[in-house]
Design a binder for this molecule. Structure first.
Ligand code: FAD
Length: 471
């Protein structure tokens, strides 16, 4: 019987997995995951990866197969494994991340030398990066027409059930997951992550069902309110491919809703993810090089103390601190607050967006090179479709608008919890007796703002003018 390797990457699932289905259709398979040093995952991602692999291995074992774990250079490992097993083919999901595309080129070369086929299947995304072109055959630079093209062209593929049985062929040597030491130990900072998440395919489906049942209807109204749990929190599950984009799309289309706006807005967010991957496909250095060239000359500041205050959630600006602490505690941050905290770093502090991108990369369980880089560039004003340069978020006004009852700030900045709603986003404006009554002493129990918001804004505008961004 024909044997093939099914090489799992960012598609850690059994259902709706076209690579797995194709392998099984042609005969027996050996499922394998390679921990390649070329993947520069951050700490939170490694925590997720450990648990997701444990879950996938369990799901494989329940079907009679062993998930083979190997560490090292993917090209050497995949080619050698395929050769020793006498495999006819290797099946994998298509990759869009630059490091995986490089790895794939090397793997394709090695397999070709041995006359072994390398099939890559659409898996993580709705389209291949080169598939969507504008009317003149060029690349879209703006979200809205790109999104329109996606909605016109996409139909989710029919469900592919998880196989009942995968079966086992000859025992193949595997590393032990624990030996990879992906989990943090000294110190173990992962308690908040474990409380918040259930990595793995089952957890992903539970999350989707809960969201569709409870939040889809009001998604468009609730998605900007960080104090409510109105978004899907599917991002890490989607990033690791524990649930297929097709499955999410299908279920959203089929969900019973009373308001079409909730569904449409949610599908559009999924297309934002697609747009980020598309930008990365066409700009392989998206995480380091600004799409607008003049931003290379931006007079960024080197301010390690302020950077550290931002990272630790001690800037003295409540909504910024709440967001940075949510990130640190849970490995995730609400989208509205990602925009506020990122804007504060690159505009009010004038610290390079790449520095913020790197911190998010290390801390986010959904760290995704496409979505992270595209979003940071968007906030900084140097990306595709970026906000106008003069739109500088005022974190106090953002807080008042999107966290009007201060629920979000109270949750993550408990030392401000007793302040009344009117001043919780700007405690420095509160009268002394109000601060005293709430047990707040600025500079002692909670920091004074590290920057005056008006001067920070003026400094950012001056810098943007300097590089030629004026009205
Ligand atoms: P929902 O509101 O439920 O949206 C559903 C899905 O759509 C998300 O799971 C996600 O896959 C996708 N999505 C939603 N908004 C966006 C967006 N603006 N861009 C791309 N995809 C989107 N998202 C990541 O997945 N990984 C990242 O590393 C990442 N870094 C970001 C950095 C910054 C500075 C900003 C402003 C945004 C970033 N985002 C990133 C996008 C967005 O914040 C998250 O996808 C979203 O908050 C995830 O929460 P959710 O699953 O509840 O989203």
């Amino acid at each position: 019987m024909a044997i093939s390797l099914v090489w799992f990457r960012n598609d850690l699932r059994l259902a709706d997995n076209p690579a797995l289905a194709a392998g099984l259709e042609s005969g027996s398979i050996v499922p394998v995951f390679v921990l390649d040093p070329a993947a520069k995952w951050g700490g939170a991602s490694l925590w997720w990866l450990h648990h997701s692999l444990a879950s996938l291995a369990k799901d494989c074992a329940a079907r009679g197969a062993k998930l083979v774990l190997r560490r090292g250079d993917s090209a050497a490992i995949i080619a050698e494994l395929a050769r020793t097993l006498g495999a006819e083919a290797v099946h994998a999901g298509r990759a869009h991340e630059p490091w995986l595309r490089r790895v794939d080129r090397a793997v394709a070369e090695e397999l070709a030398k041995r006359d072994i086929a390398f099939h890559r299947h659409r898996s993580a995304l709705m389209f291949g990066g080169e598939q969507i072109v504008n009317k003149t055959g060029g690349v879209y630079g703006v979200y809205t027409p790109f999104s329109r093209a996606c909605f016109e062209a996409f139909s989710a593929r029919p469900a592919i059930a998880a196989p009942q049985r995968i079966g086992s062929i000859a025992d193949v040597a595997s590393d032990a997951l624990d030996d990879w030491q992906l989990l943090p130990t000294r110190p173990d900072w992962s308690a908040g992550l474990a409380e918040t998440w259930t990595p793995g395919e089952a957890g992903a489906h539970e999350r989707l069902t809960a969201f569709l049942d409870a939040d889809l209807d009001e998604y468009d109204r609730q998605r900007n309110l960080p104090g409510r749990s109105g978004t899907s929190m599917l991002s890490p599950h989607l990033h690791w491919g524990e649930i297929a984009i097709d499955a999410v799309w299908r279920a959203t289309e089929a969900a019973r809703t009373t308001r079409a706006e909730g569904r449409t807005t949610f599908l559009k967010e999924l297309v934002w993810r697609e747009f980020a991957a598309y930008l990365l496909w066409h700009n392989q250095d998206l995480d380091t090089v600004p799409m607008k060239a003049q931003f290379a000359a931006m007079p960024w500041r080197d301010a390690p103390g302020e950077l550290r205050a931002w990272q630790r959630g001690r800037t003295g600006i409540p909504i910024v601190d709440a967001g940075m602490r949510q990130l640190w505690q849970t490995g995730w941050m609400h989208n509205r607050v990602r925009m506020i905290t990122a804007s504060f770093l690159v505009k009010h502090l004038l610290i390079p967006w790449q520095t913020g991108e790197a911190w998010f990369w290390d801390c986010l369980v959904d760290a995704d090179v496409a979505s992270n880089a595209a979003s940071w560039q968007w906030v900084a004003g140097c990306g595709a479709d970026a906000a106008p340069y003069f739109r500088i978020f005022n974190p106090v006004l953002q807080g008042l608008k999107f966290d009007p009852d201060g629920a979000y700030v109270r949750r993550f900045v408990p030392e401000l919890a007793n302040l009344p709603d009117e001043v919780i986003h700007a405690p420095w404006d509160a009268p002394q007796h109000v601060l005293r009554g709430a047990g707040v002493i600025l500079g002692r129990t909670y920091p004074e703002p590290i920057v005056d918001l008006a001067s920070g804004r003026d400094r950012a505008l001056a810098a943007l003018k300097e590089i030629g961004n004026s009205p």
